[in-house]
Design a protein around this ligand. Sequence first.
Ligand code: PMP
Length: 397
Amino acid sequence: MLIRGCKEFVYDENETEYLDSRNNVPILGHADDRIVQAVAQQMSLINTNTRYLHPNSTELCKELVAILPKNLKKFFIVNSGSEANDLALRLARFHTGHKNVIAVTQAYHGNTTAVMEVSEHKFRAPHLVKEDWVTIVDNPDCVNGKLTNGHDYVEDLKTAIKENGLDKNLAAFIFESIISVGGGVIPPKGYIASAFKTVREAGGVCIADETQIGLGRTGNWWAFEADDHPDAVPDILVIGKQLGNGFPISLVVATEEIVRSLEQSRIEFFSTFGGSTVSCAAALATVRAIKNDKLVERARDMGFFMMNLLKTELESFIPTTVKDIRGRGMYIAIQYATGDLAKHVYDTLYTDYKILATLDGPLEDVMIFKPPLCWTETSGHRYVAAIRDILTHCPLK
Ligand code: PMP
């Protein structure tokens, strides 16, 4: 039971302090005062919706335009990542006139009906079956997948398009540049650009779901920038979770051509709470604070520090106990040899070291490090030393 938080620490009902390595949503830190003040002040003045003009929403979009690729400049403001991905699919369908969507294995894109259907992560539940309009291709996993044999995952995508006749009726490819819930899968360099190019050649729209990994966490403003290639720029970008530092707000950013297709359909877009004056105040203050605190640079530098520390301190356990350590910036995946081992480390971090961690991946064998970006070197030493201690005394090794 968590009662309060401060920076990268949280406190339970007995005032016991925990180091938080898992909560990516409060990207600035828990209960950041700038967001508290921005929300309280706006709430005390007025909180309406986007039927009315207010500088908060326009200022927010201006702050983002300054850090987005030039083609992405039309915004829809909604309340959650699920809602944003759902709208992104709808936009792609209006634009192309087609329904078919390609997604990758182990992806999670949210909890509305449409996005659940492109979330292979959820198909493992026996009552969920794949819909006909969904095509699933292997995610580009270089550690557990086929790549070790020189496998080319873009070829899989090309084959799937060809075999399913999707070059005539593809709406979208939805992709997360680090497959987060699927276990922190990092695509090989060049995959995003080539996959997006392939999809565009087939007439589809490329949707980048940066709900978890956007807004600086990976050491770039956007995770797709890892490819450093114009083809890797999506046609629709989804931003969520950390945008309001915990206050609910998400965004769909699309190209002008795509939004024009929606306008031509004459179907109005409206959301009662999406883009409320208060949620825009929270997001505006968050984006300004990320810029002001230079958190993108900090994510890159601290991520580099954490990766080095993990790799040197855990060296004797790699690769027998710790199968792999991978990441970008302050999104790092520590994959253990088994799910039982991962669970042991995760449980013991909590009970004996008062550190909150998280497990992901199909076998729940991957511990994801994605703390608030105010994380310090001191916290880093504490986190890594705890994992090393646990592994040293681990009965499961
Ligand atoms: N996409 C990804 C990659 C996510 O991780 C999540 C949430 N875990 C979502 C979409 C859904 O976002 P929300 O929970 O805000 O609806």
